[in-house]
Write a protein that binds this ligand. Structure first.
Ligand SMILES: NC(=O)c1ccc[n+]([C@@H]2O[C@H](COP(=O)([O-])OP(=O)(O)OC[C@H]3O[C@@H](n4cnc5c(N)ncnc54)[C@H](O)[C@@H]3O)[C@@H](O)[C@H]2O)c1
Length: 161
């Protein structure tokens, strides 16, 4: 892989279901390194397999984003079942766990331990206010909502709260 591909920095995806996978592909298309974490290790494998197939499919159909090849984009994406490893050196964290407040709060408590005072913590939430989501966060001033419109890969519209 060319050296310039990894110079942009790293994005962490926490929760790699439908929306987390779409974010991973979008960030990789722009040349960011992406680390995906999920509470289910089989979901991480599933996400990687789906992304690899989808990137090739979009390339063949002429709708792959960015200037990198599908293999180069896939090469930027990794998965880990260690939250700490996922978050290490990340400049941006996109949380995409289920829309259940208790789960989101639990996840932020864990994320809070590992992120630095420069990392942006962003949620894909469809319904919760950032003030409610971040109420127990140590890094509260770094918290935002980035709500994508589905399908995120094809609709370039994100609500920033
Ligand atoms: N589906 C949509 O159309 C859509 C659109 C915009 C925003 N959203 C928002 O995006 C978020 C994710 O939605 P989705 O549709 O991708 O859900 P999903 O169920 O497809 O994926 C959620 C993932 O989170 C994982 N997970 C559960 N608990 C976890 C934990 N404690 N730590 C780490 N991972 C955990 C699950 O294993 C799963 O892989 C929600 O907040 C939802 O409101 C969804």
């Amino acid at each position: 892989m060319a050296a310039h591909l990894s110079n942009k920095g790293k994005v962490a995806i926490v929760g790699c279901g439908l929306i987390g996978q779409a974010w991973a592909m979008i960030f990789a298309s722009a040349g960011y390194k992406v680390s995906m974490y999920d509470i289910l290790s089989e979901q991480i494998e599933n996400a990687k397999n789906t992304i690899q197939k989808t990137l090739q499919d979009y390339h063949q159909k002429g709708c792959l984003k960015g200037s990198l090849s599908p293999d180069e984009q896939f090469g930027l994406i990794s998965g880990t079942s260690e939250l700490r490893e996922c978050l290490e050196d990340a400049l941006f964290v996109q949380e995409s766990v289920p829309e259940i407040l208790q789960i989101k709060h639990q996840v932020y408590r864990a994320i809070d331990i590992y992120i630095s005072s420069n990392t942006i913590l962003s949620s894909s939430t469809s319904s919760f206010l950032p003030s409610v989501l971040s109420e127990h966060c140590k890094h509260r001033s770094q918290f935002i909502v980035s709500h994508p419109v589905n399908p995120p890969y094809f609709i370039p519209l994100v609500e920033i709260v």
